[in-house]
Design a protein around this ligand. Sequence first.
Ligand code: ZN
Ligand code: ZN
Length: 255
Amino acid sequence: MTQTIIETIPILPFGMVNAFLVIHERRALLVDTGLPGSEGKIENALKMHKLDWSDIALTVLTHAHIDHAGSAAQVRRLTAQPLFAHKDEFPYCNGYPPVLRPSGIFGRVFQKTGAIEQGFEYFTPDLPLTKAEADLSPFGFPASALHTPGHTPGSLSVLLDDGRVIAGDLLASGILLGGIAMRSRPKKPPFEEDTVAVADSLDQLLSRGGKYFYLGHGGRLPASTVRAHVSRLRSADRPGVFKLPRILPNDQTWM
Ligand SMILES: [Zn+2]
Ligand SMILES: [Zn+2]
């Protein structure tokens, strides 16, 4: 049986920002493109597998925040292959300012730096996902792209047929931006537009057989950890239930 490899591309060290290559039968699917100027890091990951830009068949964007889509326009020039994103993410791809709802203290502080609102080279994706799901097997990959809104309206996840999931920023792990330390512990990313939608999307991925979750910020999490994170999201957001705010050591506020 042909092996399908997920190679993590370290856009920033210690898992702070990740993009991914899914490699199957010497063809590569690039999931996210990193911050502006990340093409050298993507190229290094290709070279590790003796591949080059011409081996990328498709680029999928989990969403269009600068740390995931910042190099998308340059990647499209280098690969000459289509960019794929959900249609609801097109405004952000085209420079519409992102809605930033900080999920905790770090998000509020990070927002003040303006780093996530910096401009980058905007673009219009070539292929819009307009349905709930797209089969990626016609591109040569045993995987599907699923609309998993919540972090942003047009967030999507790549679900491999074997249960591995690249989930973008539906959740993160570690501390601060994500990664660095305590990477087995789930947390919200610094920003989250709709927590209930995030919980629904994670449940959808779990019910579709999601086993291991690869994240834009932080480490790989097993389904059991993701399930526990979803229950915390749901209990924290239950209307009419007053909860005293509790500051967790990883800078996460559940209230
Ligand atoms: Zn994001
Ligand atoms: Zn991100």
